[in-house]
Design a protein around this ligand. Structure first.
Ligand code: HEM
Length: 312
């Protein structure tokens, strides 16, 4: 750059600076006001002293939610362990709520709203998967300081998680044995075990669309895990070969693949985080630990949707 052009550039820069600062004073831009004195005054309109009116704390029941963290060990890291589980349980609860409505929408052949809630479930799972990174800051020695305090409690007893497995179609009557008969968890799971899963409703939608679905599917015992079927594979093959003709079913199929993908990522990160923290120790819930968790990675909710890819 020549001297003359460098001077021109400097002049331009100074001009811009002066212009910006004088403009912001003149415009009274609230952002600049805040940035200048680094404060944010309480606006007159902000409600103070809600007295008998419902507040944020009341609406969200924060008294109960924020007093539900009760570490047993006195160890610093137990708080992280409790909060990561409690927040995960809340997200699992929301995912279950959304999946139930997806089932209802598909039953009513109302695909648009079903896509919306299924997309939300995927995002919830991505959020849950992300939270393993926080837990990975817990070292094996940190965890061992309070692991004994957990006794036999374990995520395997999570009713929220098992509900999702059942809603998606991975049914298992044996899993009910983990909960006392008559407990609310047992009853909730028993109800879902005996109801159609999301995939059951999707297969009914395929039949309603005119695909020749094997009648043994609708006659089968729905308390058992779903087993892949040639007629369902053939239906999906048609859908994937003619996406324009069957666009809604095609979109539905891809949304289901999204959910399974996100769910498997959670399962994988859980297994890997567990391996990182406890190695190959047995779980507090009594299972072999990592070996048991690895087996879940082979369980698919929508097996034909993955198989169909091979045949395209
Ligand atoms: C230090 C952290 C963790 C360790 C060491 C751990 C360990 C384990 C182990 C070993 C199992 C197998 C069952 C058993 O014998 O206990 C298990 C299952 C499970 N855990 Fe965790 N876990 C951790 C964190 C979490 C978190 C944050 C969640 C979130 C809710 C969670 C949810 C689950 C669920 C749902 C199962 C059942 C999985 C299935 O049936 O396939 N775990 N966990």
């Amino acid at each position: 750059m020549t001297k003359a052009s460098s001077n021109t550039a400097n002049t331009k820069h100074t001009d811009t600076k002066n212009k910006t600062s004088s403009d912001s004073k003149a415009s009274g831009c609230p952002f600049h006001h805040q940035a200048n004195d680094n404060t944010r005054p309480l606006e007159d309109g902000i409600h103070q002293n809600l007295d008998n009116e419902m507040s944020y704390r009341d609406y969200l029941q924060l008294e109960s939610v924020l007093s539900a963290q009760k570490p047993l060990s006195g160890e610093h890291d137990e708080m992280l362990f409790i909060i990561i589980h409690q927040t995960s349980e809340l997200w699992l609860k929301l995912a279950g709520h959304e999946l139930q409505s997806a089932i209802d929408y598909i039953k009513a052949e109302n695909f648009g709203p079903a896509f919306k809630v299924i997309a939300r479930v995927k995002q919830i799972f991505m959020q849950l998967t992300q939270s393993w990174n926080i837990l990975s800051t817990l070292t094996p020695s940190d965890y061992l300081k309070f692991r004994d305090d957990l006794g036999r409690s374990s995520g395997i007893q999570s009713c929220g998680y098992r509900k999702l497995e059942f809603l998606l179609g991975n049914k298992s009557a044996d899993m009910l044995k983990i909960h006392p008969a008559g407990s609310s968890a047992y009853q909730e799971l028993d109800k879902l075990l005996n109801n159609n899963s999301l995939y059951d409703e999707v297969i009914i939608a395929l039949a309603k669309a005119g695909f020749d679905i094997d009648p043994t599917i609708s006659q089968r015992d729905i308390t058992q895990p779903y087993q892949r079927n040639d007629s369902v594979l053939a239906a999906w093959l048609n859908v994937y070969q003619q996406p324009e003709t069957y666009f809604e079913l095609y979109e539905l199929a891809e949304k289901l693949v999204d959910i399974e993908d996100a769910f498997q990522q959670w399962r994988f990160k859980h297994m890997y985080t567990v391996q990182r923290i406890i190695g190959y120790k047995k779980g507090t819930g009594g299972s072999s630990g990592v070996g048991f968790l690895k087996k879940a990675l082979d369980v698919s909710f929508f097996p034909e949707l993955f198989e169909v890819r091979t045949h395209l």
